[in-house]
Design a binder for this molecule. Structure first.
Ligand code: F6R
Length: 606
């Protein structure tokens, strides 16, 4: 969760880069660094630890450049030492980076074979050498960046500074935020508008896949296909900097878009990006467990239901799961040596907390998956599995949910390893699938224009049905919950196989039936149920991948084609489609998306 800054100034920039970094220190403080051009030559100062250490370094060895980039690091790949601190540099450029380059091992091997020598453990150094290779081939900085960006898989934001280029900064965004600030003969780049608040309130935001070329005259934006793009600057009101919606109409939209980044952050809590292994922030004797119980409410409960499939499938660990408001009065006997897991974004939900206290009385080991580290649920647990979604302001949970799933998927892989149910090779394969998630989420976000159009027809419906099998069943319930809570359209999530036992009576030519079906082992079964709907004149909307679309054997009213991925963890990416459907339906209806009627963000009453 690093912070990045760039300034193209009329006077020396180092002090102002530091000032902006101070405003980004909340994003990480494992190390910090700054690079400027001193007489056209790239010069860096970096320091391990908090920004204060960089400040001391700079007061002893000042920098005078009029152009510079800066970084405050939250370590993902490589130890939090000075060598791994950004900016990373070659003889031709320096770069700062926020995010994860998922294919860094392949690219590193390829660049090493081409003679490029690496001095750090970071994925960022790949980017530095990749662009340098294009410069070595005679390309201009613009062409070199344009040629390199498509080679990077993952979710990231980048800022580049080039040796000898006193009037050029280049920024890029894919899955991680980046803002451009426009000043008086000066230009700025920052991870958020808050970082740039002391210098300008005129802000333009890069959209997904954009990159931008800055000089003192202004900014030129390009989209993901390298076509020039217009990104209008807007004045950010002084008070809005703290709770900034970016260029989104609602917090919910912003939070949907943050998911590649925050899921990436959450992964770094559980995965050693260098070795590709799972590493939990606490010890659990998985082998000695007699059982696992999960309790949670609402969306968090659906995350738990999906995790049940993972724990049972991967770790062969049987899971008892219930909504917290039921579990707390059920007086369920819990086995000796049991692990009780509680999932909560806020960490304050009264029903979940009551279950946690019951589990403590029952002598369970209590593990909570929480987003707010200081919350009551976190404090009262034996161990905490953090989700790093950041503050979730929209009442309907989005990024909280996908971060919960991410943490739970990592726990399931760790449990499977701990119980001797998963070979090292299979664990590595699963970890690679998890590392791919932020990049896949960024791709899924590209479906937004299609989903927005589809939502206009959904907005006319009074009822909707979501269907799914396996892990797509809890996701179907989450899709229905999202739709009803913000658009007030009555929706149900059903296991596809149960349709014929009753709900099929509801099917008519009015009610949309949204089928969640990645091309997995259950696909054919789900498709049969979908055919049953189509045969009765039902309106089918299919969320699948390209294989699923090719094999489904009918032409649905609409098909949302998700990127190809490991079907095991597909709910983490498919969640974005169901969230966008709910969001755009409600937004089109002109409803108060962030504060739906009758609801509250943190439910501290029974
Ligand atoms: C739905 C939603 C709620 C919460 C539920 C639990 O979009 O946000 O269903 O998931 O109230 O809240 P936490 O996770 O804070 O315990």
């Amino acid at each position: 969760m690093c912070g990045i800054v760039g300034i193209l100034g009329k006077k020396a920039v180092a002090a102002r880069v530091l000032e902006a970094l101070r405003r980004l220190e909340y994003r990480g403080y494992d190390s910090a660094g700054i690079a400027t051009l001193e007489g056209g030559l790239l010069t860096r100062r970096r320091a391990q630890g908090k920004l204060r250490n960089l400040e001391i370094r700079l007061s002893n060895e000042p920098l005078d450049g009029l152009i510079g980039i800066g970084h405050t690091r939250w370590a993902t790949h490589g130890k939090p030492n000075e060598i791994n601190a950004h900016p990373h540099a070659t003889a031709k450029l320096a770069v700062v980076h926020n995010g994860i380059i998922e294919n860094f091992r392949e690219l590193r091997a390829e660049l090493q074979a081409d003679g490029y020598i690496f001095s750090t453990e970071t994925d960022t150094e790949i980017v530095a050498h990749l662009v340098t290779r294009e410069l070595d081939r005679g390309m201009t900085p613009l062409k070199a960046v344009a040629a390199s960006l498509p080679l990077l898989r993952g979710a990231f934001a980048l800022a580049f500074l080039f040796q000898g280029e006193e009037d050029l900064l280049i920024g890029a965004r894919k899955g991680s935020p980046l803002a451009v600030g426009i000043g008086d003969g000066e230009m700025y780049l920052g991870s958020d508008a808050l970082a740039l608040a002391p210098f300008t309130s005129l802000i333009a935001y890069l959209e997904e896949g954009d990159w931008v070329v800055l000089n003192r005259e202004g900014a030129t934006f390009y989209d993901k296909d390298n076509a020039p793009a217009e990104r209008r600057a807007q004045r950010v009101a002084a008070g809005a900097f703290l709770v900034d919606k970016g260029n989104h109409r609602h917090f919910m939209a912003k939070e949907i878009y943050e998911q590649p980044e925050v899921v990436g952050h959450t992964l770094t809590q559980y995965i050693d990006m260098v070795t590709g292994g799972v590493r939990l922030p606490f010890d659990i004797d998985w082998k000695g467990l007699s059982g696992l119980s999960i309790s949670a409410c609402g969306t968090a409960y659906y995350a738990g239901l999906i995790a049940k499939y993972w724990f049972e499938h991967l770790a062969r660990l049987s899971v008892e799961i219930d909504v917290a408001s039921e579990f707390r009065y059920r007086e369920a006997p819990l086995p000796a040596n049991g692990l009780a897991v509680f999932i909560s974004q806020s960490g304050e939900t009264a029903d979940t907390l009551a279950c946690l206290r019951y589990a403590l009385q029952q002598k369970q080991t209590v593990l909570s998956v929480v987003n707010v580290a200081t919350s009551t649920i976190a404090r009262e647990s034996h161990a905490v599995a953090p989700t790093l979604a950041g503050p979730e302001i929209g009442v309907a949970s989005t990024k909280g949910f996908t971060c919960q799933l991410t943490a739970l998927a990592c726990l399931a892989v760790a449990a499977a390893r701990g119980r001797g149910e998963l070979s090292m090779d299979d664990a590595t394969r699963h970890v690679q699938s998890l590392i791919a998630l932020p990049g896949l989420m960024a791709k899924a976000l590209e479906l937004e224009p299609q989903i927005e159009k589809l939502s206009r027809t959904l907005a006319k419906a009074r009822h909707a049905l979501y269907l799914g099998r396996g892990t797509s069943f809890p996701l179907a319930m989450e899709g229905a919950l999202k739709l009803k809570e913000i658009s007030y359209i009555h929706a149900e999530g059903y296991p596809a196989g149960e349709l014929k036992h009753g709900p099929i009576a509801l099917v008519d030519d009015d009610m949309p039936v949204i089928v969640v079906a990645p091309y997995d082992v259950l696909f054919e079964k789900t498709v049969s149920n979908m055919q049953e709907v189509a045969a009765r004149g039902g309106r089918v909307i299919l969320i699948t991948d390209s294989k699923g679309a090719a094999e489904c054997g009918l032409t649905p009213e609409a098909a949302i084609i998700m990127p190809e991925m490991d079907p095991l963890f597909a709910p983490i990416v498919y969640a974005l489609a169901i969230q966008m459907i709910a969001y755009h339906t409600a937004a089109f209806m002109g409803l108060d998306v962030d504060r739906p009627r009758n609801l509250a963000k943190s439910v501290t009453v029974e």
